[in-house]
Design a protein around this ligand. Structure first.
Ligand code: WTA
Length: 650
């Protein structure tokens, strides 16, 4: 990577050290880094003793005798649900709120840890009654309701393996995931609320399981009360069976390496990969990161992660990490803009949220809507803000801190993946002097680096590929049913190192800046330019709200940069010369080589239901190809608008 091509991000020289008040009360201090560096396995050993309750101690912290197949806390036994629920009740915190649940229509429910213990116990008894046992797979296809958390913990409690499928996925996607895992039971609901309307889930399950020979029963939660088709031999209402069970269930200890769950994520080929996570190491790292990265104080904080539980962020930072730590959290069912754009800020105000964890896409959407909307709410309870899922551009980072965080809160940009299971690279809010746009440093106990094509560690000031050089407790153990694909995808690109698939750069201080997936890095006239970097330059322009950049093949330069931008409301249509203005702006921010070949002003960008921009489709448009699969788009019609816009402008 050339240094001038990276100059935009690295020109970012604003620094946000923690305030002395924050640092003085923070859970994590700089001593953690020293301790982990001195003896990494001893460090994890101590964390495992302090953060979790074990039925049997382990004989060995890490068994790495057969890489890349790791075993952590070998011989240890614990029950994940006991750790997330019962032990808090036993410690006298049964009355503490575990979940403030807010339904989209405005209904709400409060579950204390004692309530959660009763519900999880009943659900565990119900699963057993339905013939589900240790090692069986259970597909969960539910909206954001308390029963989703209960269902996951009930599986964990009896040692069944859950496979949560995001409620926005189609019947076909659900079917392929159920079949890959050979799930015995599907847990779903009649529907959930999104944008003011009940959306349905049961019809997709009916369609899917018609072609799923492994499924015996479908357990259905009533949420919306809409009519559903019913198969008496197969379908069971949650309230009928769960409600009738005894509220007591004795949790059995399970092996540290027993599979906790499978979660499917898309890879470079069409077939989704079933990422397999196990129990002890996974629970440990989610609890450890949740406590230290968000500075959680379980007695006083109100934590809110806005992710859907169907993604890994929901697994690790709604269910396992926060509950293992005995946190009080908010779970919100619906969309951020219903009934109006200030809904999230109403939720923050209503529950006095202190820690907020969300994604850059959401932040940029709020920027587009203007700061008056959050400005009308009292957000003064917030004390830590987190970001996850994509690189956050410095402008969005600064806006987040200033407008949402009152220019006061630390912002933690957390890098990790479905595969890593938990946060890997992030500032520590009471320790790190934050740099907007950089995830900065591997957490204590984690070892990351940046290497070049040949696998050599690059010096500070240079870019390359992000790798993880030592195994970590919450690492994926394999791809479900496909060890070879696990080896090929992650462990073959560089010897003995995990290849994350992300481009990264180390600055002169050795801090890490994530530059997007390596498949999104463009090569223009032999210069490698990150799409992220050009986007960052574009959104740093006052007229731009959002931007997506792709490298389109170009006969002269190899690739040419094509940018799709959404203008801010205040910019109107941007004026006749907006394209020239933006090209010049990028040239000014990064250098003439980064000037987009084409800039297209659009009204929307194609996003998946989880909010990721689908650059693949934009590349298809930019290269005049027929569009690839648009099924995973939140709104498939977006592509028509964009294609029409392109043909009329070129
Ligand atoms: C990207 C989500 C930059 C990255 C937890 C990674 C990020 C992929 C960040 C994993 C971040 C996630 N900065 N990029 N803070 N967090 N990513 O599996 O490309 O949905 O490889 O896990 O998201 O996405 P996944």
């Amino acid at each position: 990577m050339t240094s001038d091509a990276l100059s935009n991000l690295l020109h970012e020289d604003r620094r946000f050290p923690p305030s002395p008040e924050f640092a003085a009360q923070a859970n994590a201090t700089a001593a953690l880094y020293d301790e982990a560096r001195a003896d990494r396995l001893a460090f994890w050993d101590r964390q495992a003793r302090e953060l979790l309750s074990w039925e049997r101690e382990w004989d060995q912290v890490l068994d790495w005798s057969n890489p890349p197949f790791a075993k952590w806390f070998v011989g240890g036994r614990l029950n994940v649900a006991y750790n997330c629920v019962d032990r808090h009740v036993e410690a006298g915190n049964g009355d503490r709120v575990a979940i403030h649940w807010e339904g989209e229509p405005g209904d709400s429910r409060t579950l204390t840890y004692a309530d959660l213990q009763r519900e999880v116990s009943q659900a565990a008894n119900a699963l057993t009654a339905l013939g589900v046992g240790h090692g069986d797979r259970v597909a969960i296809y539910l909206p954001m309701i308390p029963e989703t958390v209960v269902a996951m913990l009930a599986c964990a409690r009896i040692g069944a393996i859950h496979s949560v499928v995001f409620g926005g996925f189609s019947a076909e996607a659900l079917r392929s995931r159920i079949n890959d895992a050979e799930a015995k039971l599907v847990i779903t609901a009649d529907g959930g609320y999104r944008r003011g309307k009940p959306s349905s889930l049961k019809p997709a399950v009916d369609e899917a399981v018609a072609k799923c020979p492994s499924v015996d029963k479908v357990l259905v939660v009533r949420r919306t009360e809409q009519d559903v088709d019913w198969d008496d031999t197969r379908d069971v209402w949650w309230h009928d069976i769960v409600g009738a069970q005894p509220a007591h269930h004795t949790p059995e200890p399970h092996d540290s390496e027993d599979t906790l769950y499978i979660l499917y994520t898309s890879g470079t080929t069409g077939k989704p990969k079933g990422i397999k996570h196990t129990s002890g190491g996974y629970l440990l790292q989610t609890a450890y990161t949740h406590r230290n990265v968000f500075d959680l104080k379980p007695e006083t904080d109100v934590y809110w992660c806005t992710a859907d539980v169907g993604w890994v962020t929901g697994h690790s930072y709604i269910v396992y990490g926060p509950l293992a730590n005995g946190a009080t959290q908010v779970i919100y069912e619906g969309t951020p803009d219903y009934p109006e754009p200030g809904r999230w800020w109403d939720v923050v105000e209503k529950y006095g949220v202190t820690i907020l964890y969300t994604a850059p896409t959401a932040i940029r959407t709020f920027m587009k809507q203007g700061e008056e909307i959050p400005g009308r709410r009292d957000l003064s309870s917030l004390r830590v803000l987190g970001s996850v899922g994509e690189p956050i551009n410095p402008e969005a980072w600064i806006w987040y801190r200033r407008v949402i965080g009152g220019d006061r809160t630390p912002v933690v940009d957390t890098w990790w993946q479905t595969e890593t299971g938990a946060i890997m690279i992030s500032p520590l809010p009471g320790v790190t002097s934050a740099k907007p746009g950089s995830a900065q440093v591997a957490l204590p106990g984690i070892v990351a680096d940046v290497v070049d094509d040949g696998g050599n560690v690059v010096p500070d000031g240079h870019g390359g590929y992000l790798v993880l050089t030592e195994p970590w407790p919450s690492m994926l153990r394999t791809i479900w049913g496909d060890d070879q694909r696990f080896i090929d995808t992650y462990w073959s690109r560089f010897e003995n190192r995990y290849f994350a698939g992300d481009g990264a750069k180390k600055d002169e201080d050795g801090d890490i800046w994530l530059l997007g997936r390596v498949d999104d890095v463009m090569n223009v006239s032999g210069h490698r330019i990150s799409t992220t970097e050009v986007e960052s330059a574009l959104v740093s322009h006052e007229k731009v709200a959002e931007a997506a950049v792709v490298g389109a093949s170009d006969p002269t330069t190899g690739q040419g940069i094509v940018a799709f931008v959404i203008l801010r409301a205040a910019a109107g249509d941007g004026g006749a010369d907006v394209v020239k203005e933006l090209r010049d702006h990028v040239a000014k921010e990064i250098g003439p080589i980064a000037k987009p070949r084409q800039i297209l002003v659009v009204a929307e960008l194609p996003k998946t239901r989880s909010g990721k921009i689908m650059r693949r489709l934009l590349r298809d448009v930019a290269e005049n190809r027929e569009l690839g699969d648009v099924q995973t788009l939140a709104d498939p019609t977006v592509m028509n608008l964009i294609s029409q816009g392109l043909s009329s402008s070129s």
